[in-house]
Design a binder for this molecule. Structure first.
Ligand SMILES: Cc1cc2nc3c(=O)[nH]c(=O)nc-3n(C[C@H](O)[C@H](O)[C@H](O)COP(=O)(O)O)c2cc1C
Length: 208
């Protein structure tokens, strides 16, 4: 079993990285492979060309910024964690670029993400944690994923890199999230029950 985490922070070794380290330790102790991918700041936004959707390529036509590798890893994984810093009350811009392309290429046509285990977290200095957390959850919610939670909202406080280590409660919440992800993956694996059939929705756009 494998979990892939997308760290949407543009900076290396920041607060999201620290939190993901905590989750990684829990998962690895439970015998689950864990990989963090960090797209960085130099990722392109979605072009709205619909090439991925129209051709069912499960890839973005923009092939020069590492996002296709992230899409492929997410398709392969049993679980996905979305992590982002809070930027002006929402997810970081580069994370939005990645998610728009991931979801359009891998989720909106023949959904490759359905019934994968999903979890979200964010880090922040002070405000916007709930909005950002909900935004990340909402992405997976619309992909028919199995959402795992903790015993509080997964928003951990810290401004400068590493400051999340002082948010004892936040890190406990994150550690528990890791345990719950491992448990859910094992429950699904042990049950051995194929996920329910999924199919395309009838798309209406309120014009025609
Ligand atoms: C452009 C920018 C906007 C930010 N906006 C907010 C904000 O709206 N609310 C907040 O609490 N913190 C905000 N922060 C602080 C970051 O969310 C915080 O430092 C976070 O822990 C960084 O995570 P990282 O170390 O993984 O990059 C902002 C930081 C930057 C660089």
């Amino acid at each position: 079993m494998k979990v892939v985490a997308i760290n949407g922070s543009p900076r290396k070794d920041g607060n999201n990285a620290k939190c993901l380290e905590v989750i990684g330790k829990v998962l690895e102790k439970e015998g689950i492979d864990f990989e963090v991918v960090q797209p960085g700041a130099r990722v392109h936004p979605c072009l709205a060309c619909y090439h991925c959707l129209d051709n069912g390529t499960l890839r973005c036509i923009q092939n020069d910024d590492g996002v296709n590798e992230i899409i492929a890893k997410c398709i392969e994984a049993d679980g996905i964690i979305l992590a982002s810093p809070v930027y002006h009350g929402g997810i970081a811009g580069n994370m939005k670029c990645v998610l728009d392309r991931l979801i359009l290429a891998a989720g909106c046509g023949d959904n490759q993400l359905h019934h994968k285990v999903g979890a979200a977290m964010c880090t922040l200095r002070r405000s916007g944690g709930m909005e950002t957390y909900q935004q990340l959850l909402g992405t997976m919610n619309a992909m028919e994923m199995v959402l795992v939670t903790s015993d509080y909202w997964n928003a951990v406080h810290g401004a400068d890199a590493g400051e999340v280590e002082q948010d004892i409660e936040g890190l406990e919440v994150i550690e528990k999230l890791g345990r719950n992800i491992a448990w859910m993956l094992k429950v699904i694996d042990k049950a051995g029950i194929a996920p329910p059939e999924t199919h395309h929705r009838t798309m209406t756009n309120f014009i025609r």
